[in-house]
Design a protein around this ligand. Structure first.
Ligand SMILES: C[S@@+](CC[C@H](N)C(=O)[O-])C[C@H]1O[C@@H](n2cnc3c(N)ncnc32)[C@H](O)[C@@H]1O
Length: 272
């Protein structure tokens, strides 16, 4: 079969396990803002992603799906300005609180969706546009074309490899399939089809997220699953009892959990 005969955007869409509208998306990420802001899942992910961004002091960077500033805060001291765009006002509140606390003045937060008209929000092209772990979009092709339109020198994205941050053992424990949707290879194939020869490298790290108590662990797991039946809830509690321990006052995994991401970057000569 000819690879060009396959519409990779359609294949990608068909692999999506859930498609949220903006309102649902905002509510979901607002709900995760508190735990997301207070903990990181660790490893050297941010440092390795920034190696690809190659920040320069004069650069302006657009960070799409910035959350509470995982990358934006680290970038701020290394570039001229960061535009931090996210659909979740709660994430942006957290980001602004961090900026205030640390005296950071060159991050411009913008509350918006991937699907909004960014021109109407006065967003201009930036030297580098990044979308780290944030390609949460209804149409991947449109999103990539948009990133290209707003990038001058480079676009950098990352997407899961396989199950990515999901924990297949937890899904198995509660008796549900671990549907992880379309991983990086679907994205890479679409880029190829669009004439973009993206650079690719992989980041793997051991999750070292810690939680203040067992409830916080269970809540974080529930966020990944959604509504639970009573027997699933019991199975989840048992899973957490088996898999997490309290060490020096914080809850953490007994066994390492490895998370893999694919980072892809290119120069935006391709204009969609
Ligand atoms: C997994 S977090 C990634 C955060 C950060 N870039 C990182 O790598 O740690 C995904 C972020 O995308 C944001 N997001 C989800 N859907 C969005 C949309 N439609 N438009 C803009 N941002 C969105 C969420 O609010 C969340 O902050």
């Amino acid at each position: 079969m000819d690879i060009q005969a396959i519409d990779w955007n359609e294949v990608w869409k068909n692999r999506q396990t859930r498609v949220y509208d903006d309102e649902q998306n905002q509510a979901y990420w607002d709900g995760r803002a508190r735990s997301f802001a207070l903990t990181t899942d660790g490893g050297d992910y941010v440092a390795r992603f920034l190696e690809v961004v190659k920040p320069e002091p004069e650069y302006r960077v657009l960070d799409v799906g910035c959350a509470a500033g995982t990358l934006a805060v680290q970038l701020a001291s290394r570039v001229h300005q960061v535009t931090a765009l996210d659909i979740s006002p709660m994430m942006l509140d957290r980001l602004q609180a961090t900026c205030k606390q640390r005296g950071i003045q060159n991050i411009q937060p913008v509350q918006a969706s991937w699907t909004d008209d960014w021109d109407r929000l006065a967003i201009e092209p930036h030297d580098v546009v990044i979308a780290s772990r944030s390609l949460i979009v209804p149409d991947l092709r449109q999103a990539i074309e948009k990133l290209n339109r707003y990038a001058i020198r480079r676009v950098c994205i990352s997407t899961p490899v396989g199950v990515g941050p999901l924990d297949p053992v937890m899904f198995q424990a509660i008796g549900r399939p671990c549907n992880f949707g379309a991983d990086y290879i679907y994205v890479y194939n679409l880029l190829y089809q669009l004439g973009i020869n993206a650079n690719l490298h992989f980041i793997a790290y051991q999750e070292n997220r810690t939680y203040q108590d067992k409830d916080a662990v269970v809540t974080a797991m529930r966020h990944r699953i959604g509504e639970l039946l009573p027997q699933e809830e019991r199975a989840l509690q048992e899973y957490v009892d088996r898999t997490f321990v309290c060490r020096e006052g914080t809850w953490q995994r007994v066994e390492p959990h490895i998370i893999r991401w694919a980072v892809m970057w290119w120069s935006p000569q391709y204009k969609g």
